[in-house]
Design a protein around this ligand. Structure first.
Ligand code: NAD
Length: 529
């Protein structure tokens, strides 16, 4: 079954539709279509020849027919001619079948990209020269192109950079590089159709639906009903909420329930909850019957932008966080930002700390949005989750097993984990990371890695979001030391940090430097003053 809809790339000549269509189709493993090419193939004539013989109205009629014909094919990415949606029927049809992404580019860029080759484009032919014709065409269609909700400027962007922007616009992220490729889909309301997506995986339709007390009460009934209607046997496994239960004991309880529920090697574990449910369910799935498939349905902001991406699963030991685990990527991640409406504000803030982290690593637009504070984010959650998730997807793709680049994701975490543990998990993960980012950036400034003032900038954004930025008084120095000492990122007895140098430019992922070694006493001095 194919659940995806069409993606139509539209915009003026030279805006990069065909190149981007190829990039996206390869990435998404979707069919790639070019409407103008299909018109040429169907008629056996070139577009200039059609214009010559039938005029623009003849061409538009063929274009209309070709669009209808195209929609009978398996859904994919389609590059449309620059005037294909001037026709109101065509536009309605495209809107009904998928997403239209209108590419834009400044006139100078279009001139450069089109070069001299466009004497063959019928609408650019004329005595006044193709540049004057293009200018007039853009002017005439300005309002039309501006009327599309999803617009993407390809100015100054490579096909890959535009590609990531396009993936953010549709909220679908193919994740490759670690075992079987899988998709993360971020879409408001997707939990409603989760049963269709799960059925697409072709398992034996027995699932262990793992949730915690809170997500069981809020979301499990609806999901169970829809899964059952789709022919699934659902064994609901409820674990107590909270980090204190991300343990081997909880994992063992899950295994027992999987056995009782009749799960076998072709069954599916579905994790419905925050990072704790995801980590423990994924770990339980990794070891049950030597590994069965699982899907992640993250319901907290932190899980949507961070914990659900990257295939790390695991549990805590009394000695420290995440000390036991496995890389076991899910078969699919479905993130529904609508679930954030029930999330307590403290948990929302906790997730925003990871959003800020991703902003520092590779997307200044996230930092700008967060600098507006919580009120400024109202109505933008889907946008925010997509962009923040995209940063993590890009990082883990480049380094799935944490051999290098992936370490940048640990920014704020070396100190954050130690504080979380020293507070006996009274400080939430994201809150600890917020404090960790400020302290670690101060260390980066001292070491000359960060420009002066960066810690102040990050601190101001976190404060605006209502996150803590100072180490709470009363935390025991020895406990913090012990927390740092068991940090997984410690190698050969040295503490390794991922420290920012600045806030980077969108897409380059170069603003955090991994593997910075700092002696523990220096770190404690900065943490405890
Ligand atoms: P969490 O799972 O404990 O969820 C926080 C609280 O929100 C819980 O009480 C939960 O029941 C509740 N909740 C969840 N969804 C809700 C909803 N939609 N409405 C109302 N309440 C809801 O914590 P978290 O912040 O999601 O995740 C933190 C965990 O994630 C930590 O254990 C951390 O180590 C882990 N993590 C893992 C990775 C990874 O790569 N695997 C990355 C980052 C963090």
């Amino acid at each position: 079954m194919n659940n995806h809809r069409w993606l139509f790339l539209y915009g003026p000549p030279g805006s990069g539709k065909s190149t981007l269509a190829r990039w996206l189709a390869e990435r998404l493993e979707w069919p790639c279509y070019d409407l103008d090419q299909r018109i040429e193939q169907a008629s056996g004539r070139s577009i200039p020849a059609i214009f010559e013989e039938e005029g623009e109205s003849g061409f538009r009629q063929r274009e209309k027919n070709a669009l209808r014909d195209l929609l009978g094919q398996p859904a994919g990415v389609a590059a449309l001619g620059g005037g294909a949606l001037l026709d109101a029927d065509n536009r309605r049809l495209a809107e009904r079948h998928g997403t239209i992404l209108c590419l834009t580019s400044g006139q100078e860029t279009l001139f450069k990209r089109l070069g001299g080759a466009n004497h063959t484009r019928p609408l650019l032919k004329g005595a006044e020269g193709w540049q004057a014709r293009l200018t007039a065409l853009l002017e005439a269609r300005r309002e039309h192109y501006d009327s599309f909700e999803n617009r993407l400027s390809t100015d100054g962007r490579t096909a890959e950079e535009s590609g990531w922007e396009a993936l953010c616009a549709i909220g679908i992220f193919p994740i490759r590089g670690m075992g079987k490729p899988y998709r993360m889909i971020v879409q408001t309301g997707i939990l409603e159709s989760a049963a269709d997506y799960l059925s697409e995986l072709g398992r034996n339709r027995t699932t262990g639906l793992v949730c915690d007390d809170h997500t069981a009460a809020l979301y499990a009934d609806g999901l169970t009903k829809r899964l059952t209607a789709a022919g699934w046997q659902v064994r609901r496994c409820v674990i107590p909420a909270g980090e204190a239960h991300k343990t081997l004991q909880t994992t063992a309880d899950l295994w027992a329930q999987f056995v009782e529920g009749g799960l076998d090697r072709s069954s599916l574990v579905a994790a419905l909850g925050g990072g704790v449910v995801g980590d423990v369910s994924g770990f339980a799935a990794a070891a049950f019957l030597r590994g069965i498939d699982w899907v992640n349905l993250p319901t907290t902001l932190l899980a949507m932008v961070d914990a659900s991406i990257g295939g790390k699963t695991g549990v805590d030991l009394p000695q420290g966080k995440n000390l036991v685990g496995a890389f076991h990527p899910p078969r699919m991640v479905l993130a529904d930002p609508a679930a954030l409406s029930t999330l307590p504000i403290g948990e929302l803030r906790s997730g925003l700390a990871e959003v800020v982290k991703h902003g520092v690593i590779g997307d200044p637009a996230l930092l700008e949005a967060c600098a507006e504070g919580l009120d400024g984010l109202a109505g933008r959650w889907e946008w925010l989750v997509r962009r923040a998730a995209a940063v993590k997807v890009r990082v883990i793709e480049a380094d799935p097993f944490e051999q290098g680049l992936r370490e940048v994701l640990n920014f704020g975490h070396t100190i954050g984990h130690a504080l979380e543990k020293a507070s006996r998990y009274q400080i939430r993960h994201g809150e600890a990371v917020a404090i960790g980012m400020v302290v670690e950036t101060r260390l980066a400034e001292k070491l000359g890695i960060a420009r002066q003032g960066l810690s102040g900038q990050i601190k101001a954004i976190l404060t605006r979001l209502g996150l803590p930025v100072e180490v709470p008084l009363g935390l025991d120095t020895e406990e913090i030391r012990a927390g740092l000492a068991v940090d997984k990122k410690r190698r050969a007895g040295q503490l390794r940090f991922s420290l920012p140098s600045g806030t980077g430019r969108s897409g380059d992922l170069q603003s955090v430097q991994a593997g910075v070694v700092i002696p523990i006493e220096e770190v404690l001095q900065e943490v405890c003053g």
